[in-house]
Design a protein around this ligand. Structure first.
Ligand SMILES: [Zn+2]
Length: 225
């Protein structure tokens, strides 16, 4: 906690004072371009990995970057999605998984969650991913299985996202673009899915393309810089 407190003092005394006009302007309202849905993992910070500034990303984070299907949860997820799309009018939604995701590791091994009943219950929203892995990838084990699960999982969440009426309406009008990403902690790279070829490719050009077994609609591969 000492680190946080000294950080607060440093922010206020240095950063805020130096950019006072910018912060004052932010206080009048927000118009973020993108809803970024990611995992709560402390090593995956949306603003850092995309080098975004304050006010650019509307962020939804939870254990396992899960988007429950519409009507399946009365928690903050559906409300956050509805607000971002309908009230703020974001133009893009990113669902970003990450390598080494502990939540997905737990999802693959529900027997290890007996002392975490709430986590176990939350991960029921990822049951479709678990079943896809069990029925289509049973020949894989360990790290290889987790790697595939992470990619399949973001695609399932893209499908779940499209059950939300606010999202469906904007997609139908062509006013919203969906992006399925996987952040690779080891290399700092991001893989992005493309509906056209049904695979993930590096946004920095560093990693090889990863094929998947199925096509998911309405995902546009993010433009390389
Ligand atoms: Zn995670």
């Amino acid at each position: 906690m000492d680190n946080l407190l000294s950080g607060i003092h440093q922010f206020h005394a240095q950063v805020f004072q130096r950019e006072k006009d910018f912060y004052s302007q932010l206080a009048t309202g927000q118009s973020p371009s993108t809803l970024f849905i990611g995992c709560s993992d402390s090593r995956v910070d949306p603003t850092i990995i995309t080098q975004s500034g304050l006010g650019e990303l509307f962020v939804l984070r939870n254990a396992g970057n899960i988007v429950p299907c519409y009507g399946a949860s009365n928690g903050g997820e559906p409300a956050t999605i509805e607000y971002a799309v309908t009230a703020l009018g974001v133009k893009d939604i990113v669902i970003c998984g990450h390598s080494g995701c502990g939540a997905l590791q737990a999802m693959l091994h529900p027997e290890k969650m007996e002392k975490l009943p709430l986590v176990k219950s939350w991960l029921n929203h990822a049951e479709a991913t678990r079943r896809i892995m069990e029925e289509n990838y049973s020949q894989h084990k360990g790290a290889a299985l987790l790697e595939i699960a992470i990619r399949e999982h973001v695609l399932v969440q893209i499908e779940n996202l499209q059950t939300h009426p606010a999202v469906a309406v904007k997609l139908q009008r062509g006013e919203l673009t969906l992006h399925a990403w996987v952040y690779l902690m080891e290399s700092g790279d991001i893989l992005a899915y493309s509906t056209e070829d049904g695979g993930f490719a590096s946004l920095t050009g560093l990693a090889r393309q990863e094929a998947t077994k199925r096509k998911v609609a309405n995902v546009r591969q993010s433009k390389k810089q």
